[in-house]
Design a protein around this ligand. Structure first.
Ligand code: ATP
Ligand code: MG
Length: 389
């Protein structure tokens, strides 16, 4: 009998007919994330996924860390399995949770009895083990309302389990159950958060980054790859499509009215991202736009940028305040990298007085001076694909 990890599945259980494929996806994602930490047996029963080390070489702390970023998990605990017997449960709780029992002042025992053939009721089992623990750790007192430590006993089909301190999981849905999207990743604070939010809804992502060398530096590109790397534990493996954007921006500067630069530049980003999406079989684009945050993020500007593509555009941070986005960025782990001072391609080419409320007809007229298709094809031909694991 051994230490293991229990993952309580979240929304999965609500999904009726899809449940099986959701569970399979979650287990597959878990399997891949656990590879660096050893060989594990993974199986799911009654909305709980069990992760058992197959041998003594498994790194349980590493595995525990890896599971904290697994979308689809509502709650998680480290547990110890034992025989389905009241004394075995007591002995396991006493040794496995010894440190926590010694440190706590108040405790209670809670039992769940999924195996209905187990001879004791949940209440009788809790009372038995609770009493024995109280004898073994006499400094403890029982507090059924606000205990410092809750010892949980589960009697299930294959074995019994002892654990304490369940922690919230990453939430959301397993990456991959809701298809694939292309996330437009700049070096800023917002787009990594937006990508993370959509990955959380079970969407596998590939990233598009528009790169304006030499106006923006190699460091700026590296910063974006660093951000993508921070997202890998959440999203799984990622491909970053680095799109050369300099020629397009120079052409816009030559031929388009300065006040429409930003919106036209954005339209090129959307067109190219949509081509990437179609090529890889993705069904949506994701951006980090937030309503009213900057001039290019008005309703009218979003209308103009959205008008060039037919795939849905997800803007999950559209209704969030900057502070809320910053809080999310800290939680995801991207914030400190996002605030590094390297210029983004948009910053370099930002007009002094961008049009706040661009009109679609006027923007289209301004683009008539451009060889749109030629510019897109040239850019796409220069894409560098970088795989992150
Ligand atoms: P962010 O913090 O994500 O950079 P922002 O507030 O700076 O966003 P904008 O510069 O207006 O906003 O960009 C809006 C969105 O367009 C970004 O969130 C991102 O999705 C996309 N975008 C902007 N620049 C790039 C780029 N160089 N490469 C890829 N996507 C970009
Ligand atoms: Mg930005």
């Amino acid at each position: 009998m051994q230490e293991m990890i229990l993952l309580k599945l979240g929304e999965l259980v609500l999904k009726g007919l899809n449940r099986r494929s959701f569970e399979d996806r979650l287990m597959g994602n878990a399997q891949r994330r656990l590879k660096p930490y050893g060989n594990f047996r993974i199986y799911t029963k009654q909305s709980t996924t069990y992760i058992e080390p197959k041998d003594d070489n498994c790194d349980m702390d590493g595995a525990w860390g890896a599971m904290q970023t697994l979308f689809g998990v509502a709650g998680m605990s480290r547990a110890h399995s034992c025989a389905k017997d009241q004394d075995a449960l007591f002995e396991t709780a006493k040794t496995y949770l010894g440190d926590q029992l010694r440190a706590a002042k108040t405790f209670k025992v809670e039992s769940k009895r999924a195996d209905k053939s187990f001879p004791m009721t949940s209440i009788a089992l809790s009372q038995y083990v609770g009493g024995a623990l109280h004898d073994a750790f006499p400094h403890l007192s029982v507090d059924v309302h606000h205990p410092e430590l809750t010892v949980t006993l589960e009697v299930r089909e294959l074995a019994a389990y002892v654990h304490a301190d369940p922690q919230p999981g990453a939430g959301g849905l397993p990456v991959g159950v809701n298809g694939k999207a292309v996330a437009l990743l700049s070096g800023g604070i917002d787009s990594p958060v937006a990508a993370w939010m959509i990955a959380k809804r079970g969407v596998a992502l590939e990233m598009a980054h528009f790169f304006s060398y030499p106006y923006t530096s190699q460091e700026a590109k590296q910063k974006v790859l660093d951000l993508a790397n921070i997202l890998v534990p959440w999203c799984g493996r990622l491909t970053v499509h680095v799109v050369p954007f300099t020629a397009i921006q120079e052409e816009l500067r030559r031929r388009c009215p300065e006040e429409l630069f930003t919106v036209i530049m954005r339209r090129f980003m959307m067109r190219i991202s949509e081509r990437i999406a179609r090529r890889i079989g993705a069904g949506a684009l994701v951006t980090g736009e937030s309503l009213g945050q900057v001039a290019s993020q008005t309703m009218e500007a979003m209308h103009c940028t959205g008008a060039v593509c037919s795939l849905p555009i997800f803007r999950p941070v559209v209704g969030m305040d900057k502070e809320e986005i910053v809080r999310a960025a800290r939680k995801v782990g991207t914030f400190d990298t996002s605030i590094l001072p390297f210029e983004d391609c948009c910053t370099v080419f930002t007009p002094k007085h961008p049009r706040l409320r661009p009109v679609l007809g006027e923007v289209e007229a301004a683009e008539a001076a451009l060889d749109i298709e030629g510019l897109i094809e040239m850019s796409i031909a220069g894409i560098e694909r970088i795989q992150l694991k």
